[in-house]
Design a protein around this ligand. Structure first.
Ligand code: FAD
Length: 472
């Protein structure tokens, strides 16, 4: 392709290919395409491009490759690390017009979808066929499967079904130069050479654009049980986790823990959140969920587990959900963090998504809480997908605007580095966590990542400056 004279020429060409609805500029560019939930300031891209097909994605990438224009893929813009925030002067490539379920195979238990399909649409389409797509997170109504794949999203049921990586059988990806990789595998077993799709899962849009996916479905659970329990201390939490794994086996679908300060913020300040159990300082609230096959048999199994926990004095107080409404109310305590930004709850705050061995979480929480308070006057609360080794931290200096993000990050990630944890368990690196990635990845790993990026994207045009900077 012969180089065009200016960026204006490029956009005129692309408008010809995509039509006016596919190429938005100036005041027509929606605010939502300028930044994500990282709350980084809005960017000023050249254009928001909205392809309606894989061939239009190919056309965009070929043009941008030829002209040296940086491209940032975008899904639902719910990412928390700045990964989908476009670059000033680059283009945003939004998958929002590439949405829809293309096929469901009830025998092979697969679903083929376009990358811009919202997660909730996929969950509902599976349920209509009596099937189940287990990925679930608070942003389900807005996030897209392409974004879930690009961030290797985790969410609420990882302990049973794994991360997004475990739920993807095949992908169609367009490489930075416009080459299409049609890897729409539908089989669980396929050892024919490298499993190339895994390269793009969790790559945060830095290696190519995901345009289609084949997802793995499961049978609809026959019944769901949930309980909220209170454990006196973290040793008891670990004992409850071991018992739940032993007694429920693969039926255990969630094991979420809220430290007492988090519980207090959630249940006393967030409107609509009820406290079905009493919790004292130093103790932990545990949400245990089981997805079973048979209400009578598995329901009895769940109740017997709880009786046993009470008898052994591992839990001090407990409530068992009697209805789907109760299960929703229990999850509302866990999901209350989404409301913490409201000024009547906590207001501006800093969120962390760290990972470390389950046995070390309480020690980490105690160290981080003390260091944040003593060194920079920050309060902090702790909760997370403890069964998956994933802890979330919410920290804030009351009244501060802006919040002390670099100082708090240095403290939290410094402790994580010393404890050999990870600076990102599920949200990704984006731009926000870039300086801290070397705390979780050694020099040889960083070098290999840069070599892989350079091999697929030698001009560094595909979502550059995300995850890490520069070439090898
Ligand atoms: P975006 O924010 O649009 O993009 C995220 C990244 O993926 C960017 O780097 C972008 O460039 C890239 N990308 C997007 N689409 C494509 C594509 N088609 N091809 C290539 N690259 C692409 N995350 C969890 O893991 N677990 C949770 O429990 C969780 N809970 C959340 C709750 C709330 C209330 C919110 C706001 C967010 C939560 N998140 C959670 C974070 C977020 O929802 C996930 O990261 C989600 O997977 C992002 O999807 P998205 O479509 O919004 O992607």
């Amino acid at each position: 392709m012969a180089p065009l004279a200016t960026k204006a020429d490029l956009l005129a060409e692309l408008r010809g290919v995509l039509g006016p609805a596919g190429c938005l500029q100036g005041a027509d560019m929606p605010a939502r395409n300028r930044t994500d939930w990282s709350f980084l300031p809005p960017a000023d891209p050249l254009a928001v491009l909205r392809p309606a097909s894989t061939s239009e994605v190919v056309a965009i990438l070929r043009h941008c490759h030829a002209q040296g224009i940086q491209v940032t893929p975008q899904g639902g813009m719910t990412g928390l690390c700045g990964g989908a925030r476009p670059l000033d002067g680059g283009v945003a490539l939004s998958l929002e017009r590439m949405s829809g379920v293309e096929a469901i195979d009830p025998h092979g238990m697969t679903m083929t979808v376009l990358a811009g399909t919202p997660l909730e649409t996929i969950q509902k389409a599976a349920a209509e066929q009596g099937l189940f797509f287990p990925l679930d997170l608070g942003a389900r109504g807005s996030c897209t499967i392409g974004g879930n794949i690009a961030t290797n999203a985790g969410g609420n049921r990882v302990i049973r079904y794994g991360m997004t990586r475990d739920l993807v059988l095949g992908l169609e990806v367009v490489l930075p130069d416009g080459t299409v990789l049609p890897m729409l595998n539908k089989m669980i077993k396929n050892n024919a050479g490298y499993d190339l799709k895994q390269l793009f899962i969790g790559a945060e849009g830095t290696l190519g654009v995901v345009t289609r996916a084949v997802l793995r479905l499961y049978p609809q659970p026959g019944c769901t049980s949930a309980a909220l329990c209170v454990a006196r201390d973290y040793d008891a939490v670990l004992a409850v986790l071991a018992a739940a794994r032993q007694r429920l086996g693969p039926l255990l679908s969630a094991f979420e823990v809220m430290w007492s300060d988090y519980w207090l913020q959630a249940t006393t300040r967030v409107p609509g959140v009820r406290a079905p159990v009493e919790i004292a300082g130093g103790s932990h609230a545990i949400l245990i969920e089981m997805q079973g096959l048979d209400h009578v048999i598995d329901g009895a199994r769940f109740e017997s587990l709880l009786e046993d926990l009470m008898e052994k004095d591992l839990v001090q107080d407990g409530a068992v959900a009697q209805s789907l409404g109760d299960i929703g109310a229990f999850w509302a305590t866990r999901d209350a963090a989404a409301e913490f930004a409201h000024p009547t709850v906590i207001g501006p705050h800093i969120s962390f998504d760290v990972g470390l061995p389950v046995s070390q979480m309480d020690a980490f929480a105690a160290r981080a809480k003390a260091a944040l308070a003593d060194q920079i006057g920050c309060q902090s609360v702790y909760y997370g997908h403890v069964g998956d080794g994933n802890l979330h931290v919410v920290a804030w200096r009351p009244g501060a605007d802006p919040q002390p993000l670099p100082e708090a990050s240095r403290i939290v990630y410094g402790i994580i580095g010393e404890m050999k944890g990870t600076v990102s368990a599920e949200h990704g690196i984006g731009t926000l966590k870039k300086p801290y990635l070397p705390l979780s990845r050694g020099p040889a790993e960083m070098d290999l990542m840069r070599h892989m990026k350079a091999a697929l994207d030698p001009q560094d045009l595909m979502n550059p400056t995300k995850i890490f900077d520069g070439s090898p």
